[in-house]
Design a protein around this ligand. Structure first.
Ligand code: ATP
Ligand code: MG
Length: 567
């Protein structure tokens, strides 16, 4: 049998993705003298989300891999929706993800003069004209995918008249919406984007960079490809919805007669149980469904960061999901897998009780405090050990005790034994309840002094090991337990009349008051821990000197399957 050779990435041994195939072929063929130059081109009209993170990892990743360059370019052609707040957050997020644009930070608005000159070139070639139709008229005469459009009556204007009107548009002689500059292409093209698209519109609006210098602004399609060309981008990578724009992208470059980058499209990243459009995320923020762009339930990069995700886990996720040519939806549990794997190696362990019930060791000396030793991270010996104080009264999780347990329950119940982690084996003797509510208030136990962890005679085995905190030493903290923001796998897929907001999970945040072992006092904002047996947690910026606040990043295991979902 003939051996099939699949090109592989030298470092990771994974098969090359289709974009790498294209780039390597271009390098082999000496296209652009083998140069690779990509860009990440966000519009500063919102905060970045995990889908953008995929695009950032892809573009900067290719730049790094092929000894090339990657630009950060703000596509800031719509002054009405854009803001410096967004520009700053985007830069912060790209840096935090671990990428560096070095001295190549650009703005499409840097090219407004140049773009204007390009428009003049098109006018002079008879390839662009000033059209006086209203937006409604333009859209009515565009036709449909199956019906050709109608030519504008202004299409036959002379070059001189077009040059004159266009310069007067720029000079501010006309009110908003009264005229546009359109390309002269083909109103019968089966591709709607080729039916005399608008290049410039009149908009008397303040721009966060060019201020009041312009009152005409280029449309995205006219700005984007030309900006790529000006920056000598070799491979202009974008998402699939731009595939139908590619003929126009190429048309502008060809007609203007400038350097031609190559546009390549890949599938957008979608993730289950969330929405991924900036417009919808902005709506959630504005309508108060979340506390802000960085609410830890948001799929934004700043939300994930605040939740406790690490850049490494997100980069790894981007790598694992690969680059697809067809739209798909990735299970959020894959993202959760990536952060668990990273934090397992990175996060120190602590014992924290999220729903405490008191355990009194009746035979333990009244005032004795023992310093128990516990390993900080069993995956990483260099993290060392810490001391955990132990005393007569401890707290355990309420659900680690059952008065009348089923057979397979290996935690604490009357007459049974468990080990308290890093301490002793204890046995439940009796319980004390609130006479009114029947709620268990105290669990009385005895401890076996011969079973101290780490001591040679402590080999006696029991089935269950519980985490605990010493009552006298416990530090109270607020713990925010998050769940998925939506109950439906794809909230965007709606029956008539429903919107994604109908599927918001009303229980996506549950705040509890936890008790944590005293080593937690050293915790810094954004520091991550594994709370033994319950999950990974990150210190929230809302923490004060009096009260630590923790965000649950993920539970230790995928527990979502138990929750009732909307199909
Ligand atoms: P949204 O539709 O979420 O508002 P957008 O596409 O309008 O996003 P841009 O700021 O234009 O946002 O995007 C910057 C870059 O990120 C573009 O190249 C875009 O193709 C890419 N991108 C946006 N969303 C995704 C996604 N879900 N998956 C992969 N890449 C994405
Ligand atoms: Mg966009």
């Amino acid at each position: 049998m003939e051996e099939i050779k699949i090109a592989e990435d030298e470092k990771t041994n994974r098969a090359l993705n289709f974009i790498e195939d294209i780039i390597e072929e271009d390098i082999r063929n000496g296209v652009n003298e083998g140069r690779v130059h990509t860009r990440f081109p966000p519009e500063p009209n919102g905060y970045l989300h995990i889908g953008h993170a995929k695009s950032i990892c892809l573009n900067f990743g290719l730049g790094n891999k092929y000894n090339g360059k990657t630009n950060l370019r703000f596509d800031d052609t719509n002054p009405v929706k854009e803001d410096v707040e967004y520009v700053e957050s985007i830069m912060e997020d790209v840096k935090w993800l671990g990428f560096d644009w070095q001295d190549r930070l650009f703005y499409a608005s840097d090219y407004f003069d140049q773009l204007y000159e390009y428009a003049i070139i098109l006018i002079k070639k008879g390839k662009a004209y000033v059209c006086d139709m209203t937006a409604e008229e333009i859209s009515e005469t565009r036709g449909t995918p199956t019906r050709p459009g109608k030519e504008s009556p202004f299409r036959i204007r002379s070059v001189e008249e077009n040059l004159d009107l266009f310069s007067r548009m720029r000079a501010g002689e006309f009110p908003d919406g009264t005229r546009v500059l359109r390309a002269n292409i083909d109103m019968t093209s089966p591709n709607m984007h080729m039916r005399d698209p608008v290049l410039y519109r009149i908009l008397h609006a303040y721009h966060h960079r060019t201020e009041n210098r312009w009152c005409i602004y280029p449309m995205y399609d006219f700005a984007h490809g030309q900006s790529d060309s000006i920056e000598h981008i070799t491979h202009s990578i974008c998402t699939l919805e731009f595939e139908v724009h590619r003929p126009l992208y190429d048309w502008f470059i060809r007609e203007i007669g400038i350097y031609a980058p190559r546009q390549i499209e890949f599938a957008r990243l979608n993730v289950t149980y969330t929405v991924m459009s900036k417009r919808k995320l902005l709506e959630l923020v504005r309508e108060g469904n979340v506390s802000g762009w960085d609410d830890p339930r948001m799929p934004t990069i700043c939300g994930l960061r605040r939740r406790g995700y690490t850049p490494e886990s997100i980069r790894n996720f981007a790598d694992i999901i690969g680059v697809a040519k067809r739209d798909n939806i990735i299970d959020v549990s894959l993202l959760e897998f990536c952060i668990r794997e990273d934090l397992n190696n990175r996060a120190n362990r602590l014992m924290a009780v999220l729903d405490p019930v008191k355990v009194i060791l009746d035979n333990y000396p009244e005032d004795l405090v023992e310093e128990m030793e516990s390993v900080n991270n069993p995956e990483d010996e260099s993290k060392g050990k810490r001391k955990v104080p132990f005393s007569k009264t401890v707290f355990i999780e309420r659900d680690d005790f059952m008065e009348d347990p089923p057979n397979k329950f290996f935690r604490l119940s009357p007459g049974r034994e468990v080990r308290l982690k890093a301490a002793y084996i204890i046995k439940c003797e009796s319980v004390a309840k609130d006479p009114k509510t029947g709620k268990i208030e105290e669990i009385h136990c005895t401890y076996d002094p011969t079973t101290k962890s780490g001591m040679p005679e402590s080999n006696r085995k029991v089935k269950g090991t519980l985490h605990w905190v010493s009552a006298k030493h416990a530090v109270a903290a607020e713990v925010r337990l998050y769940d998925r923001l939506f109950l439906k796998e794809n909230p965007d897929e709606n029956e008539l009349g429903a919107t994604y907001k109908d599927f918001l999970n009303p229980n996506s945040l549950n705040i509890v008051s936890a008790l944590i072992e005293p080593a937690v006092k050293a915790a810094q904002i954004l520091e991550k821990y594994q709370f033994e047996r319950t999950g990974y947690f990150s210190v929230d910026k809302d923490s004060t000197t009096n009260m630590l606040v923790f965000n649950r990043v993920v539970p230790l295991k995928d527990s979502w399957s138990k929750v009732e979902k909307v199909k």
